[in-house]
Design a protein around this ligand. Sequence first.
Ligand code: HEC
Ligand code: HEC
Length: 109
Amino acid sequence: MIKRILIGTCMLLIVPVIALSAVDSIKIESHGTSRNKAGVGPVIFPHKLHKKSFKCAACHPKIFKAKLGGNSITMRQNMNKKFCGSPGCHNSPKAFPLFHCNKCHMKGK
Ligand code: HEC
Ligand code: HEC
């Protein structure tokens, strides 16, 4: 009984820490099949870095839903000024361009 309470208390303390650190860098990997075909891996999105430079409202909810895996992002949309390619983002002189595939995509699958 005491053991259960202890484990329960530990979980209560640990789970929010994991949840918070997960927000710092987010893996975006909804499109496995087409990424495998193109030979690019999942995207590691540095959330913390972006949060330092922009207000939350610059991205949420207009460009990205604030939900893990909540956005279906394709390169066609990125190139059409949506998501990562939105005005002033990775389709403009302000950030590295979309053809630097491996700056966003992990190598391999
Ligand atoms: C600024 C960041 C960024 C850059 C640069 C980038 N991508 Fe992506 N790309 C993404 C994100 C985010 C996704 C969504 C990943 C997912 O859901 O699996 C994605 C998805 C994809 C997909 C799967 C969806 C689709 O469109 O079929 C392919 C294939 C892909 N990228 C290829 C590329 C290639 C090739 C390059 C370089 C020419 C590139 N990407 C450059 C961010 C980027
Ligand atoms: C440059 C754009 C950008 C900015 C600025 C930004 N976010 Fe995000 N945020 C994203 C992206 C992209 C995701 C990943 C969504 C996905 O997985 O499809 C995300 C995911 C999230 C999530 C879900 C992640 C999780 O672990 O549940 C929350 C909550 C969130 N953002 C809150 C915020 C808050 C609060 C701020 C401001 C302090 C902020 N975001 C600033 C782009 C941004």
